[in-house]
Design a protein. Structure first.
Length: 244
């Protein structure tokens, strides 16, 4: 399956802006063309929209040391000499602390428009057609996890998370397993984000997330902890309709 994130756009997840106070107003995804979005609009999509969630987890694992980050023998390792690994500035015995994770429903028109528009404004990618990129049909749902602490992903490969994650619509209660998981890496080859791909339809051709669903939970095992985030499909709507 072709990776849905071109490098120029995937790298955006590595450089999300620090969240800032947002003035109450109509959300940009309902009242403003993608081509007119500015930095505040983009920040709102990634910090204050139905497609963006944040959670804090109590760590049951040790931070990644610089030695670990450089170890290509680790399942998720692809370290380079001198690279600082995720969590590399933390002490080696910091289990019991807290790590914050951002989770994005990245296959939606809104999220794709925000990444493309950000690449134009700050990535020198003026040739990107935002509307075309945002509206391009996605064969699968894509959920992205990003954090400064990606240690669990360094210690386990994509297959591990493929077997230890799922989507669960509240009404159907059908656990939807990912078809595959892909790690996105930064310029130092460190894991910047993990992308989970989920089928849109069942084997019989029915939608995996029906139009009547009010809540869909994303569940992912992180060592001895579970990351659990709920999305609300009926709120995930832009000026063109449902945007999953």
């Amino acid at each position: 399956m072709k990776n849905a994130f071109p490098k120029a756009i995937a790298s955006f997840f590595t450089f999300l802006m620090v969240a800032s106070p947002i003035l109450a107003s109509d959300p940009p995804w309902k009242g403003k063309p993608y081509q007119q979005w500015d930095d505040k609009d983009i920040q709102r999509v990634f910090s204050d929209s139905p497609w963006a969630r944040k959670t804090t987890i109590t760590r049951t694992w040790r931070a990644v040391s610089q030695k670990d980050a450089q170890n290509p023998q680790l399942p998720g390792g692809r370290g380079v000499p001198g690279a600082q690994g995720p969590g590399g500035t933390q002490g080696p015995n910091d289990a019991g602390g807290e790590s914050t994770y951002d989770v994005y429903w990245a296959s939606s028109r809104v999220m794709r428009a925000a990444t493309a528009r950000r690449a134009i404004l700050h990535g020198g990618k003026a040739d990107i057609d935002v509307d075309k990129y945002a509206s391009q049909p996605q064969e699968e749902y894509q959920v992205v996890i990003q954090s400064e602490d990606m240690a669990p992903f360094l210690r386990h490969d994509e297959k591990f998370f493929e077997a230890n994650s799922f989507l669960e619509p509240k009404k159907s209660k059908q656990k939807i397993a990912p078809s595959h998981v892909v790690y996105e890496r930064d310029e130092k080859s460190q894991i910047a984000a993990a992308v989970f791909f989920f089928p849109r339809k069942t084997a019989s051709g029915e939608p995996t997330v029906g139009s009547e669903e009010k809540s869909v939970e994303f569940n992912c095992k992180l060592e001895g902890s579970n990351l659990r985030i709920s999305f609300e499909p009926q709120k995930m709507v832009d000026n063109q309709g449902p945007a999953l």
